[in-house]
Design a protein around this ligand. Structure first.
Ligand code: ADP
Ligand code: TRP
Length: 324
């Protein structure tokens, strides 16, 4: 790959059903940034082993993430979509990177510290999570990593590790940059960050009564119907802005400010827009689920392409260290 060419790479852990935060914060950008051989997106199932120890759950969630990408418009003939574990070179590369990674660098990782603070008993895999992530990124000479705010520190760790390796062994890895998602944090139905682990998610493929129940339970202020309201502090409006047209967004904002517009009206409008936005994706998902072999083929083919690139990079690193 020439030095000027950009390569986009990002991954999503199969730890839960994809929700609107995952879609607007990550998946949508990945689908919009499809540059043929220069964009790779993967399902980070090695990473999920640090928290999921249930075989069937891991397999199902891995498939669900793949189906989500495909149903929402990722073209596997354009971008490469693959399963992390189909590229075993990553684990070998991780070992090489671990040996140049200072303990202190990992001890500073906020996402690790957060999990400990929440009472999780960490395994060594969770502690070294950012090094496997560095391996994901460096293996493909990625230049650009589209991520949400929470992942920036991991990219900084990756840059640090790549630079250390290059300093010790000579130029081996491309030092990547992150590309921050333009979507601000999507709130969940309780108003906190929508997250798999908070049980506050509206899933991309929720529909019918399940979806209605969630939308109707979005937390709002207790202002009465007549009172004018500030759209910018309302959870319903924050999600509405992601799914409605500009005209409809302005209309809802005006309704809020004018008063005599209740949260019930806004929730109904939001429900309609979510249905309209995601209906084509739901249909596509139903079609895809009829062809499990197709989904598996896409992942296998994607894995083969990714593996060729990772092998080359691993060989370069093995030669640099003297192991090969
Ligand atoms: P979760 O918090 O549900 O476990 P992940 O940490 O697996 O989600 O995130 C996967 C991707 O989705 C990341 O790129 C992350 O930045 C993005 N993301 C997750 N939740 C949100 C949210 N509420 N708003 C915007 N982006 C989000
Ligand atoms: N840690 C990322 C997350 O939880 C997932 C991930 C794993 C990733 N490897 C990656 C993202 C490499 C970008 C690049 O969201």
């Amino acid at each position: 790959m020439s030095k000027e060419t950009k390569r986009f790479l990002s991954g999503i852990q199969p730890t839960g059903e994809p929700h609107l935060g995952n879609y607007f914060g990550a998946i949508k950008q990945h689908i919009e940034n499809q540059f043929g051989a220069n964009s790779l997106y993967f399902i980070a199932n090695y990473h999920s082993l640090t928290t999921i120890n249930d075989k069937e759950k891991l397999k199902n969630l891995t498939k669900e993430v793949a189906v989500t990408y495909l149903a929402c418009g990722l073209d596997p003939n354009n971008s490469t979509l693959f399963r992390q574990s189909d590229v075993p070179e990553l684990t070998e590369l991780t070992w090489l990177l671990l040996t140049v990674t200072p303990m202190g660098l990992l001890q500073k990782a906020v996402s690790y510290k957060d999990k400990i603070a929440k009472g999780m008993t960490p395994n060594a895999g969770l502690f070294t999570y950012p090094v496997l992530m560095s391996s994901d990124i460096l293996a493909y000479d990625s230049t650009t990593v589209p991520v949400g705010k929470d992942q920036i520190q991991h990219i900084e760790i990756t840059r640090d590790i790549a630079q250390r390796f290059n300093n010790i062994y000579g130029e081996t890895f491309v030092v990547p940059n992150y590309k921050l998602s333009s979507t601000p944090l999507v709130p969940g139905i309780d108003g906190a960050k929508m997250s798999k682990s908070y049980g506050n998610g509206i899933f991309v493929f929720d529909e019918g009564k399940t979806l209605k129940k969630k939308v109707m339970s979005i937390v709002t202020s207790s202002k009465p119907l007549e009172a004018p309201k500030d759209p910018d502090t309302c959870n319903i409006f924050s999600i509405y802005k992601l799914v409605a047209s500009e005209e409809k967004i302005n209309e809802m904002a005006e309704n809020y400010r004018a008063g005599n517009y209740g949260f019930g009206h806004a929730k109904k409008a939001l429900l309609d827009e979510i249905n309209e936005y995601f209906e084509p994706f739901r249909e596509k998902r139903k079609e895809l689920l009829k062809s499990p072999d197709y989904i598996e083929d896409v992942l296998i083919e994607g894995g083969k392409k990714a593996r060729v690139i990772a092998r080359e990079t691993l060989n370069r690193a093995l030669e640099a260290t003297g192991l090969k």
